[in-house]
Write a protein that binds this ligand. Sequence first.
Ligand SMILES: Nc1ncnc2c1ncn2[C@@H]1O[C@H](COP(=O)(O)OP(=O)(O)OP(=O)(O)O)[C@@H](O)[C@H]1O
Length: 274
Amino acid sequence: MEEPRKVLQVSGLHVKVKAEQGMLSLIQDIHFDLKSGQVLGLVGESGSGKTVTCNSLLQLLDRKNTIVEGSIQLNGRELNGLKAEEMRRIRGKEIAFIMQNPMSAFTPVYTIGMQFIETIRTHTMLTKKQAIELAVTSMEDVNLPDPPKLMNLYPFQLSGGMLQRVMIAISMCLRPSVVIADEPTTALDVVNQLQVLRQLDRLRLEYGTSIMLISHDLGVISELADEVAVMQHGQIVEQANVFKLFDHPQHAYTKKLLNARPAFPLQQLNRESV
Ligand SMILES: Nc1ncnc2c1ncn2[C@@H]1O[C@H](COP(=O)(O)OP(=O)(O)OP(=O)(O)O)[C@@H](O)[C@H]1O
């Protein structure tokens, strides 16, 4: 069988930020590859550097005060050092982002439809009518009820779970090669968490999208990830296949994380729903 293609190749990634006492190192020497259709889980306790890592991949860090060293190749193209304008064209189209808090991802004064269409038209030559059709199909794809009606609603009129699915629909509609999901289910209840994870899984199976899933929750990671990287103090301390990592953790910090985890509500729910 042919080896899956490497879509994202990160090597020697190092992020420093200007601080009063000088340059402060936030993440050091990060290496990983993300293959086509693969889900890489990035796990670690609060402050371990997960968000800084994904923001550096997306080039969302404050350019004035941070230094990003190392290489971030997306489909063979180096992203580190690209101009903000070039990066804006890539973000959303080739590498998409699903945020932790769906409410803050939307502008409250515009309808879901306006925001969806704006994203599509920024990146494509589609007409407004075509963009509406694509938005509706994408919302149907994530099982949102009555998309034409949803298009006319404002963000506050949707539940957190629905908004998160709208965000997934927006992220996926342009078929990006990579989706970075930073704690995509943290703000949701357990039932909605499971639904969102299932949608992400279905989309990666259907379209071969690679997903980088950031979470502090090992239950979420175990649901979806093929490979897991464990972060501590700005470094990846262990990386392995999900089964190997859960069954035979090598690093003391991974063992500590595994021992500290509560019972996995998602897995219980999965069993109950079978
Ligand atoms: N602009 C900044 N200036 C100074 N320190 C920062 C800056 N951004 C992040 N940090 C620090 O870098 C470390 C890593 O933060 P990061 O947000 O990546 O952690 P995290 O693993 O995503 O945590 P959480 O799960 O709580 O989101 C933290 O100690 C944080 O305080």
